[in-house]
Design a protein around this ligand. Sequence first.
Ligand SMILES: *Cc1c(COP(=O)(O)O)cnc(C)c1O
Length: 379
Amino acid sequence: MHFETTAIHAGQEPEETTGAVVVPIFQTSTYAQTAVAEHKGYEYSRTQNPTRGAMETCLAALEGARFGLGFASGMAATSTAMTLLSQGDHVVSSNDVYGGTYRVFEKVFRDFGIDFTYVTTADLAEVEAAMRPETKLVWVETPTNPLLQITDIAGVSAIAKKHGAWLGVDNTFASPYFQRPIEHGADFVVHSTTKFLGGHSDVVGGAAVTDDPEIHEKLAFAQNAMGAIPGPFDSWIVLRGLKTLGVRMDRHESNARRIADWLEKHPRVRKVLYPGLESFEHHEIAKKQMSGFGALISFYVEGGVDEAVAICGKTKVFTLAESLGGVESLIEHPGKMTHASIPPEVREPRGLGDDLVRLSVGIEHIDDLLADLDEAMKG
Ligand SMILES: *Cc1c(COP(=O)(O)O)cnc(C)c1O
């Protein structure tokens, strides 16, 4: 079955009692039992809920894996995944990870006796050098935010396996439509379904997917034990988003390519970061492991911070906002918005200066998007 068909049908058989074509929102906390401890596989909605189950089944199928688990947010999925570890374990992580991921690693899990080393995972030699006997997990985000750095998933997987560690990949930026890390050797994948999977900026959610029964068993136990689950309605919203993921991603991507090409020729732009551009540092590895390059573009503006901030304030179709992955185009200034918590002396050497602007390209008409940017960048 092809991706688009799976997205519409996996886990979504017509409902048994009524034949409802769309999975109903089973807004219930509990389920009647026919006799003591005899039930239909559903006891209590933290543990199992049919609407959440449909979303979990569909998402696992889209990642090419057997097991999926839904969470209340991307951070809930990541935090629950950390229960794979114990005190004394060590994690090698991408240094350009989502800010909330870095925060939960450093401010929560470090206090539980887990150690973290941050490296440029795009450089496999750095990953290899950071591995220790107690390294249990390698954590990769690819592409990263906002610099869109690409890590060779198969390459890191080989290193992790050699050292007996798991590889977890945050696949939020690419979505399974463009990248399926488990097919490249990742042991599990996490998502913020808030972004492309939900796709309409109207829900916060997360997921973890694996093809490894042992990992699944541990994560499913922790999902129920810790309880950071999505409600039936939020699960339904994400499931509805999944149905159109393919068509949305195609449009996100074709719009983004046009805008990246246009920006690259713009006299007020110093440099464009987009994995689909031949000029992009990691273009070759992106081409190898992704079937498309996504909707996020970052670019450096000539003239520095004032110019960058001015452009962010002038667009009319691009909304000035954090987050990404919805049908509407967004613009933001990472230095003063999403990445403001990283001190300038740490972020600037990494290329995250105040002359950087980030776009999440939506699925509006390309001519309107280009006209909007053209107007905002006239000066
Ligand atoms: C948004 C995001 C998260 C966190 O997800 P929430 O749903 O906001 O908790 C994690 N990773 C990446 C790459 C993200 O963009």
